[in-house]
Structures are given as C-alpha cells and as structure tokens.
Design a protein around this ligand. Structure first.
Ligand code: GLN
Ligand code: ZN
Length: 767
C-alpha cells in the first residue's frame, strides 16, 4: 500500500508565487528571480510531502499560471496570433504569460486565451485553442527539469499530466466548428513520445487525469478514450498508467473503464462513495486501485473510522499490494497549512481542531496507512482516538447548532416560497411605485474600490482608525457615487459596495456559523487567490447587515437606490461548507438570513433589492441525472430569500459567467422581477436562450464589458440594445453593464456609463 497525491497547491505557503509573478509582470524583478521562486516553491512542496511521509512524489503539478496552459505549451498548441510575438523577442515564459493575459503594446493587440471554470470548481483554466489542422510538437523540457528536481529527493516520482482525451475536450476549435476529438490521432504520438521519454528517465508510474469521465459522455468520446488508451498501451506497455478520475463517479462507465489497458485507476470516493462496491467487483485482479478518500475539495478532518472501513473492504477484495491511498482530487482546491492560523478570533480553537488543510491531509494519508496496518491494535492508538474525538465533537458541538433555526426551516410552508401575485400584477404595481422609463438604466452594484479605500479598511481592521472615521469615509464615498449617478442620469442607483472587501465574506462576517482564516488562500486563476470563509455551523442573522448603508444612500436621492445582497447559493458555493448535513439544508439557512435582511431593507423604505447569484450555474452537478435535484433546492433557496416582500418591491438578481441554455426553466422559476446577465462579450448570444424560451420577466443583458479597460461607445451600445430588442420585447429590457465596476477605474467608469445612458436614450426614442 502506498500513499500519493493528485497535485498540491502551488502558490506558495505565503503566496510567494502571486507576488513574484505580479512583480515580474510589472518589470520589478528579473525572470531569473521568478524562476527561482518557482523552484523554491516546488522544493518546499516536496519537502512538506516527504516530512508527512508520502511515498510517491508528484511532479508536473506546479505551474506558473495554469496547468492546462502548461500542457498546451508542452504539446506545442500555440494559436497563430501569438506567433508574431517571437519577432518582438517575446518567447518562452513571456509568451506563456501573453497567452494567459493578452498583449497590448507596440501597436499589437492580442487577446489572451479564453478562460473558463474548471468543472464545478471556482478554479479557472485557459482553454486550449486548436487550428483545424492542428499539429502537435512535444516540448518536454520543463517537465523533465521538474522531474530531475523531484528525483533528487530519492523517492519514486510520479509525473501528473492531463490525459489526451480530457485535454482535447477541454479545448475548442479556434475557427468555426469542428470537433477537437478529431485531432486525437495527431495528438497520441506526442503522448507516446512523452511516456517513452519519462520511462527513459526512470519513471515507473504516470498519472493521466481524465476528469471528463465524471461527466456525461457521447459515444464518440467514449470511443476516443478506448482508442487512446489502447494506443498508448500498445506503444509503451513498459510504463504504468494511473488513470485518474475526480469530481464525481464513473457511474455506468465503471465496468468498461476498469478494463481499459491501464495499470491503475483512481476513484474519487468523496464525491461518489457508492462507486467503491462496483469498482471492487469489476476491477481486474492485476490492477491497482487508488482510493481517493481524503477530501481534496473541502477542509474538514478525515473521519478515520469511516476511511479505515473503506480501506479494509478494498484490502479484503484486492489484497494490500495494489492499493494506493490518496486525496480525492488535487489539493489545489484547499489552503496550504492549518498551522499558519494563529488568530483564534476568526477561527475558534474548537473549529480549528475539526480542520485539515493540504499539509494536514498528507499527514492523514500516512496515518491512515499506518492505522490500516495496525489491524485490531489500532483501537488503542492515540491518533485514532484523537481523530474520533474531533469528529464526534463536531457532530455534537452545541455552539454550532441552533435549534430555533432548524425549527424555522422545518416549519416553512409552500407560500413562503411564492410572491403574493404573479409577475404581471407585480410589474404594474412596481411601475406605479417607481415610475421608470422604457429601457431603465442601472448598474450591477460595485463602483471602483480605490487603493485609498482598501488601505483605510486595512487600518480600520487593525484598530488604527476609529469606527466613526471609517464610517465617515464610507459615507463620503457614497455621497460621491450617488451624485455621480444622478449627474449621469441613471434610473436605479446603487450605493457602490464600498464597505465590502468581498461579496461573500462581508455577509459571512455578520452571520453565525462562519469562521475565517488569515492565510487560507486558494488559487482562483493565475495570480488571483480567494480566501473562502468556513461554514461550520447553523446560520443565523445577528443584526441588519446592509440596511445602514443603503438607507443612507437612499436618503441622498429621490431616485430608487437598489439594496444589494449576495444570494444563498453563491454564499454556499464560495465558502467551504459543512459536510455533516445536505447542502440544501445549509442553503435554506442562508436563505432565511437573507430573507430577513430583504424584509429589513423593505421596511427601511428600499423599493428595489438585488440578490446576486453569480455562482448559481457553477453549482450545477456534472452529470445530468443529478442536475434536477440541485436545481430544485437552489431555486427554492433563492425563492425563500426573495419572496417575503410586497408586490411593489422589485427583486433583481444578477448572474455572470453563465450559459443558460439548459437551465432556462429553473431561471424562470426563480421569479425575480429583473435578471441582469453578462452578455456583451458574446454579442448578446447569451440572450438567445431567453428569447427562445420567451422568458416572461424583465431582463438586463449587459451591454458594457467591464472586464476590459476599453470604453464602449454609445454607438456600439445602441447596436447591442437594438440587437437585444430583436430577441426580447423592448418593454422587458433593462440597460446595464455586464457586472460590477469594482475592478475598473473612475475615469473609465464615468465615460462608459455616460455613453450607456446616452445609448439608452437614443434607443428609447426609436420606440
Ligand atoms: N454586486 C456585485 C458587484 O457589483 C456582483 C458581483 C458578481 O457578480 N460577481 O460587484
Ligand atoms: Zn457579475
């Protein structure tokens, strides 16, 4: 029995990679310094793994930006538009960063590769872009260099690669249509060469990640898998392939997948524990089974008693020799090290004792292996007793359970999930109350957060400035932004969200049941990291969360100011969530807290309230058969949060980065009066789903791309609005940007919004 891992965090214990990359991009450090930082992080990672007693070291899991992009470069997949850069002397690592971030200099304007979410996680990868006649050329140098570094530690090293079929399925054809899988015959020889090289360098096991096996596959794709693995086996029977699957189970594919000519299969037994039995039944007796039993997506301590029972079942069927113990997926999705957390104010000691971050998870694997070998003696071993105690304590801890909240949820009734009247009646009532013009204009919530403001908040957090001084500064910002919006002529105003560092953390801090880390960073993309709160207990709203700021903003203007809240699904998806109750229970608790805030806003005279759900789509399970159950509770949670108001109170929701085709009915079931979506980058294509569906309520397709510093002209926004009006009846349309303006600067925002309002006025005159 051996322990191994599917990947480790790579931003560095103290986010050294983030700093080094950003300094390198700003021209403040040399490429050598950046490369040294990378090497230091890789070595530190291996040393942590060795100290924890891991048997096989991974390599190839480090990346300066994204491991899918690394794969593209290793295979020579570099779209045409990046080629002219060579003449400008931009190559190697610099070319790599240009592919990740784009290039706007010396008269060149080269857009980056598209970025999108990595399956159902909040990690984003760079989408490989293939030419119709794409050829592949192996460039293995950086992988071989990392291999040599790892092998210096004198342990078996297992390179980690994205498998050929998933690599193609992650990508898209750069031009028009076409199926990336047609490139498989051209791609496979490259993989075979790579395996040959690795073998020559002493590698015995290679892990090939094929996460697409956890999704619904077409017959074509399944055929591609069969072809790929029989080809690779035919070319390189000497090397052992570990086929890694994660983020879900193999489902119906399991009996055939375990027959493919690979030497081992890794299963994610956290997201799908049920697949253990079929795997034990179907796995040929000469193959290895990697048990993904330590949760790679969440931060809770492993329940040793439970995991040992799984290991035991596997050992009984397969014997000990061919069993591997591993986290369920790469540890990329959890923070580095719990030991860095020393502030018990955000993270109570008791909660800390329930947690395991990446480093602790490695120790758990080693311990599980030792305990598995200890047989019946283990019952007396302190590490098992300690573990059982923490698990029990988490189940029982009184401070995490609030009976009154649980009762409130148990007592919920159908009419708590419905507005008083259907949309048409509400729309008339809202029109009487708000007197909005045709094509009303609004924004999505946040306005630029300046450095000054961030510094102010940091000082306030440290206690260096008083509450009063901080609040006055915020009020000053709100005054400015209200005046600006009035001057520009927007119809529904916002307060700017200046008091928020983050749309989830701001609310989490005011609810019970959440804990906070100081160093719990997780890579979101490139150098961007997030620090998700930890939801450990029942959620209750302790006091008003936003009313003070919205009421203040409303007191400055006669135009309606929109209250701004984060929805239950997004609160859930962007936190580490408890694993001791179904997600839907937690979602309802969050929804009740938001419902109470919505009511408080309404009572304070706020007539428009937005509940953001940018993560609604991200929560969709990978397999179709599991989607209806998710959608049912996610819709219910939103309705619970939003339906407690009068007819004349207008509920908005906002979703970005979403593709709505398969979820139009659930979106309509949310029954928000207005939904705003991101649409400008797709030139309103995302709106088609709403048009085809004949979406009944109001909708604001974003006509201003806030991801770019470009200022859109009124002409171009008029064109987008006209296009929208051909898809959706004009009296259902709103006019707004794609998303919040937090990351833009003031001059860009002013000019763009002026143009946006001018565009709305021009289009109004056409109807
Ligand atoms: N109201 C938020 C903002 O404007 C929405 C952010 C989001 O959708 N990601 O910043
Ligand atoms: Zn958004």
């Amino acid at each position: 029995m051996f322990t191994h891992l599917l990947g480790y965090p790579r931003i560095g214990l103290h986010r050294e990679l983030k700093r080094a990359c950003e300094q390198y991009w700003a021209g403040k450090i040399s490429q050598d310094e950046l490369l040294r930082t990378g090497k230091m992080i890789r070595e530190s990672n291996w040393l942590q793994q060795i100290a924890a007693g891991i048997d096989w070291l991974p390599c190839g899991d480090f990346s300066f930006y994204d491991h899918v992009l690394d794969m593209s470069l290793m295979l020579g997949v570099i779209p045409e538009r990046f080629v002219p850069l060579k003449e400008k002397g931009v190559d190697g690592l610099d070319q790599y960063f240009v592919m990740a971030r784009g290039y706007q200099r010396d008269g060149l304007d080269i857009p980056a590769l598209e970025m999108t979410k990595w399956f159902n996680t909040n990690y984003h990868y760079l989408v490989p872009e293939f030419a119709p006649n794409q050829s592949f050329r192996l460039q293995p140098d950086s992988l071989l260099a990392a291999l040599a570094e790892a092998q210096a530690f004198q342990r078996p090293v297992k390179p980690i690669l994205i498998g050929p079929v998933s690599y193609l399925l992650l990508g898209k054809m750069g031009t028009a249509h076409g199926n990336p899988l047609h490139l498989l015959p051209a791609l496979l020889p490259c993989y075979a060469d790579l395996l040959r090289l690795l073998h020559r360098h002493g590698v015995q096991w290679v892990q090939l990640d094929e996460p697409f096996l956890a999704t619904d596959l077409s017959a074509d794709s399944l055929q591609a898998f069969r072809e790929a693995y029989s080809y690779l086996h035919g070319e390189m029977p000497e090397i052992n392939l570990l086929l890694a699957t994660y983020f879900g189970g193999l489902g119906n594919y399991l009996p055939q997948v375990v027959q493919w000519p690979v030497q081992g299969v890794h299963l994610d037994l956290i997201s799908d524990p049920e697949q253990l039995q079929p795997a034990l039944q179907w796995l040929p007796r000469d193959k290895w089974l990697s048990l993904g039993i330590v949760d790679g997506r969440n931060v809770w301590k492993n329940d040793f008693t439970y995991s040992l029972s799984i290991i035991e079942q596997a050992v009984q069927k397969l014997g000990q020799e061919r069993i591997l113990l591993a986290p369920s997926c790469s540890l990329l999705h959890v923070p580095y090290d719990l030991q860095l957390e020393t502030n018990s104010k955000g993270l109570p000691d008791m909660v800390k004792n329930w947690l395991a971050f990446a480093r602790q998870k490695l120790e758990e694997l080693t311990l599980l292996k030792q305990l598995a070998f200890a047989g019946t003696h283990r019952q007396a071993l302190p590490r098992l007793i300690e573990n059982q105690f923490a698990i029990e304590q988490k189940k029982m801890a009184a401070f995490a359970h609030l009976p009154e909240i649980q009762q409130r949820i148990a007592r919920l009734q159908e009419n708590d999930l419905h507005r008083l009247h259907p949309f048409a009646i509400r729309k008339a009532a809202q029109q009487r109350a708000l007197q909005l013009p045709l094509l009303p204009t609004t924004t999505i919530g946040s306005f630029p957060q300046t450095n000054e403001l961030r510094q102010l908040r940091a000082r306030w957090n440290k206690g260096e400035i008083s509450d009063k001084a901080y609040e006055q500064a915020l009020e000053q910002s709100i005054r400015k932004v209200i005046a600006l919006q009035e001057q520009i002529g927007l119809d529904v105003l916002v307060h700017g969200e200046f008091e928020r560092s983050d749309m989830v953390e701001y609310f989490a801090r005011q609810l019970t049941g959440f804990a906070f880390t100081e160093h719990g960073w997780v890579q979101s993309y490139g150098s961007r990291c997030v620090k998700p709160p930890i939801l450990y207990g029942d959620v209750a709203r302790k006091q008003d969360m936003t009313v003070r700021w919205i009421r203040f903003a409303q007191s400055l203007t006669s135009k309606p100011v929109k209250g701004m809240l984060t929805g239950p699904v997004t609160m859930l998806k962007w936190s580490f969530v408890r694993n001791d109750q179904p997600l839907e229970q937690t979602a309802y608790q969050l929804a009740l807290a938001i419902r109470d805030e919505v009511k408080a806003l309404e009572e304070a005279g706020i007539r428009v309230i937005q509940i953001d759900e940018p993560a609604f789509r991200e929560g969709l399970p990978l397999r179709k058969e599991q989607q209806p159950a998710y959608l049912e509770w996610a819709v219910k949670a939103f309705r619970l949060a939003s339906c407690g108001v009068k007819d004349e109170t207008q509920i908005h929701t906002h979703m970005c980065y979403s593709e709505f085709n398969s979820i139009m009915q659930p979106i309509a079931d949310l029954d928000a009066d207005v939904i705003t979506i991101e649409a400008s980058r797709s030139h309103m294509e995302l709106l088609d789903a709403f048009g085809d569906f004949q979406y009944p309520n109001d909708i604001g397709p974003g006509i201003y791309d806030i991801h770019s510093p470009r200022i859109p002209s009124a002409d171009e926004m008029v064109a987008l609005l006209q296009k929208a009006a051909r898809i959706i009846p004009v009296d259902q349309l709103w006019v707004n940007p794609d998303c919040g303006l937090k990351t833009r600067n003031w001059p860009e925002v002013k000019a763009s919004l002026q143009n946006m309002v001018a565009a709305a006025q021009r289009v109004r005159n056409m109807y």
